[in-house]
Design a protein around this ligand. Structure first.
Ligand SMILES: [Mn+2]
Length: 195
């Protein structure tokens, strides 16, 4: 069963997250940050990973701790659910177009965190959401999910579209990478023998 259930509590946030890598993209997300919930919904829907996420964060300060810590907890959940990564495709990539926005993601479930995030948002805010938090989320996801993650905007005019295209590109890439590879069902996809 490729599932995980993580709870994480600090002075800044209390989070519970449940993932099922072999899901159908069902989501039940409540973090108190509306735009971020919208992005997490996209992540689940387009990765086909079922995600249940609850976060009670210190939103009286700002959204930063909530968004970052959700990235940490989700990365930890992915790591746990993937186990020894036997039989997965490991790599995934996608070009995602959404109106004016075109974002490319390429990722490797390598166990080696590395983030390249090139999303030059034209505005600092989407509603009340700070666009710089998109990078914070991907950084936390990469670090705690052991993911080499490249997210590059190729074209974009509207910050909402750019962010949404980025989350959907990451989602589609994750879908591919965590998927069982029927030609290598029992193999660990590395010449080193471990990931
Ligand atoms: Mn939208």
């Amino acid at each position: 069963m490729r599932q995980a259930d993580i709870t994480r509590k600090t002075a800044e946030t209390a989070i519970s997250v449940k993932v099922d890598l072999d899901g159908t993209g069902r989501y039940d997300i409540r973090t108190g940050v509306g735009f971020f919930d919208h992005m997490m919904d996209q992540l689940a829907r387009h990765s086909l990973i079922d995600i249940t996420l609850r976060c009670e964060g210190d939103l009286h300060i700002d959204d930063h701790h909530t968004v970052e810590d959700c990235g940490i907890a989700l990365g930890q959940a992915l790591t746990q659910a993937l186990g020894d990564k036997r039989g997965i495709r490991r790599y995934g990539s996608f070009h995602l177009a959404m109106d004016d926005a075109l974002v490319r993601c390429a990722l490797d479930l390598s166990g080696r965190p590395y983030l390249v995030c090139n999303l030059p948002f034209p505005t600092a805010k989407i509603g009340s959401f700070d666009t710089e938090l998109v990078r914070e989320f991907f950084q936390a996801l990469s670090t705690h999910g052991g993911i080499t993650l490249h997210v590059d905007m190729i074209h974009g005019l509207n910050s909402h579209h750019i962010a949404e295209a980025a989350f959907k590109a990451v989602a589609r890439s994750l879908r591919e990478a965590v998927e069982p590879d029927p030609r290598a069902a029992s193999a660990i996809p590395s010449t080193k023998g471990m990931l």
